[in-house]
Ligand binder design. Structure first.
Ligand SMILES: C[S@@+](CC[C@H](N)C(=O)[O-])C[C@H]1O[C@@H](n2cnc3c(N)ncnc32)[C@H](O)[C@@H]1O
Length: 216
């Protein structure tokens, strides 16, 4: 039976349930994984390309840059980075089923099954030249307090690039504190802002915001 646009829309929004427990979210991704890419392509999901382009502009000719794609899912961001000539890529995600699909693409070298939060990831300080995080700042997904971990694993002078649907900054209660927290991290000398671009057609025709920070 063919999916209707309503089926796709339901799957896309089901994972965005406010306050959804971590186990339930992981269960949804477990069952959604085989359909995720098809659904996101139907939804004109341009966020991964926009994040990859923003980061690559900052990295310039450093195509050997070691990049950790956090909440990598099935690997859309990795594919975009690879198209732009970057192949020293690792993937981290909380869902084994999403990572299994990413693995079939041969764009990442290492796969890390872990949960991004306030917990310390099993990664040394200053390991990467950049971290990307696209499509994880969503209702019921990562919390703002994970930003310090995205910074900790990046070398001084490296970059953190985060993509988010613009309206989530207003509609998701957790993300009301995202930009104040970003400013606080700047005040504390952990990073400095490089750019904040509002992008068109980030996903489902909605605008996105792509943040780029330089780690100090
Ligand atoms: C909407 S998908 C985005 C995947 C990919 N970055 C993309 O843009 O297509 C969200 C991903 O975030 C992962 N995720 C959600 N919360 C997470 C967390 N706290 N730590 C690690 N991964 C998480 C999910 O397992 C899922 O693969």
């Amino acid at each position: 039976m063919t999916d209707t646009p309503e089926d796709v829309h339901h799957r896309l929004w089901h994972v965005l349930t406010p306050g959804i427990p971590r186990e339930q979210s992981q269960e949804l991704y477990r069952t959604w994984a085989p359909l995720y890419e098809q659904d996101m392509k139907t939804s004109q999901y341009n966020g991964p390309r926009q994040v990859a382009q923003t980061l690559v502009k900052a990295l310039g000719s450093r195509s050997d840059a070691h990049i950790l794609d956090v909440a990598a899912g099935t690997g859309f961001v990795g594919e975009e980075l690879q198209k732009l000539g970057f192949s020293n890529l690792d993937a981290l995600d909380a869902s084994q089923e999403m990572l299994d699909i990413a693995q079939t693409k041969h764009v990442y070298n290492n796969f890390i099954l872990d949960f991004l939060g306030t917990n310390r990831l099993n990664i040394e300080d200053d390991t990467y030249d950049a971290t990307t995080c696209c499509g994880a700042f969503c209702e019921g997904h990562v919390k703002c307090d994970c930003l310090e971990e995205l910074i900790r694993v990046v070398k001084p002078g490296g970059f953190v690039c985060v993509g988010i649907r613009k309206f989530f900054l207003e509609t998701v209660e957790e993300y009301h504190k995202l930009e104040p927290l970003m400013a606080d991290l700047q005040r504390r000398g952990l990073w400095e802002p490089v750019s904040r671009h509002v992008t068109q057609d980030y996903c489902e025709g909605y605008d996105g915001v792509v943040f780029l920070f330089k780690v100090k």
